[in-house]
Write a protein that binds this ligand. Structure first.
Ligand code: GDP
Ligand code: MN
Length: 337
């Protein structure tokens, strides 16, 4: 009964093989052609304590004369008052009730006056100038996003792995996963009504743009995101996982029908990584524990050592729980939550 061991080997070697196969690919640098008018959409729900820093960060990142800032707000706190107190021109679209981020995003897109639309979460801050991302928006590139860093070491270990994958997939062709910290696209290529009313609006935009024959890429512009701690981290990761699981299931049939083989290959690899590969860890552990108990104890020891060594510690702490979050997310998706 070596199946358990084979599943475990597959679980760890497949992502690593993918990582090493593409990790050095990077999209060619392009020169910025100067500032273009952009519409920056910030969906807000009770961001009174964050919106000031957010707007200051946006102003530092792009000249205000070229930016139309749109707040789509359903807050019950002082978010809009704080925003107005900065004294800069801001278009505030007030929602009658809280309907979820996706509805706010789509309302924002409908209200945008410029072709380049940038969507960004209120709790995210950009480390780099926005121009370094949107300068890529021309020709065959229809959408751009960022890479991420967090306040938590464990989350960063996970990010550092996936940041490389996002950038490399973008150089190969297009990445199916985008980030809410910075999602920008050309409105002339995609209308609000085409975006499904579901979570993962960012990744939906990336995939819809790719299905239209344009590339959706992550750029080296980095965004900071605050990750919650403790139990909140657990539910946060599971919710994110749920959105991604749903995203991959929703778009699988459309991507399978598409003739773009490069995109299909990347999408299927990510589908595998998020929906199938996590199960091999669980099944592998269970089967090894039952049929090869000595080997199981040995692997447990290896895991403990990896948790002690600083170089591998955070990666193990990020990777292993994340597989469980993704499996939890599948159960939630099945239960229709
Ligand atoms: P997370 O990063 O996935 O945990 O999601 P957040 O809670 O940070 O939400 C992302 C962005 O969407 C933030 O700017 C929120 O204020 C905003 N947001 C979340 N839910 C709603 C909503 O129902 N309506 C509006 N207008 N904005 C929302
Ligand atoms: Mn957030």
């Amino acid at each position: 009964m070596l199946l358990g061991l084979e599943l475990l080997t597959l679980h760890f070697s497949e992502p690593l093989a993918y990582f090493f196969a593409i990790k050095d690919k990077r999209i060619a640098e392009v020169e910025a052609e100067g500032y273009k008018p952009v519409s920056i959409i910030i969906p807000t729900y009770n961001e009174g304590d964050k919106i000031r820093d957010k707007l200051l960060n946006v102003m530092k990142s792009y000249p205000l004369e070229y930016a139309e800032i749109i707040l789509v707000d359903s807050s019950t706190d002082n978010t809009t008052e704080v925003a107005k107190s900065l004294g800069i021109p801001i278009k505030i679209v007030k929602e009658k009730e809280r309907r979820g981020k996706i509805f706010a995003v789509k309302e924002g897109i409908r209200n945008a006056s410029n072709d380049i639309v940038v969507i960004t979460d209120a709790d995210a801050l950009w480390d780099d100038p926005l121009i370094d991302a949107i300068k890529y928006l021309k020709g065959e590139i229809g959408a751009v996003s960022c890479i991420k860093r967090s306040n938590r070491g464990t989350e960063n270990a996970y990010r550092n792995f996936y940041n490389v994958i996002r950038l490399s997939e973008s150089a190969v062709y297009s990445t199916p996963i985008f980030h809410g910290e910075l999602t920008a696209f050309r409105k002339s290529l995609l209308s609000a009504d085409e975006i499904p009313n579901a979570g993962a609006d960012d990744s939906s935009i990336a995939t819809l743009i790719a299905l239209k024959g344009y590339r959706a890429i992550c750029t080296k512009v980095r965004a900071f995101e605050y990750s919650p701690k403790g139990l909140d981290y657990f539910s946060w990761k599971t919710r994110r996982g749920l959105h991604l699981v749903r995203h991959f299931i929703r778009f699988l049939p459309k991507v399978m029908r598409s003739k773009n083989r490069k995109y299909k290959a990347i999408f299927l690899e990510e589908f595998y990584l998020h929906l199938i590969n996590p199960w091999f860890l669980v099944l592998g552990v269970v089967l090894t524990a039952i049929y090869l108990p000595k080997l199981f104890l040995f692997l447990l020891l290896v895991l403990l050592i990896a948790l002690v060594i600083p170089q591998t510690r955070e990666l193990v702490k990020a990777w292993v729980p994340n597989q469980f979050f993704l499996i939890m997310a599948q159960f939630k998706a099945l239960r229709g939550e």
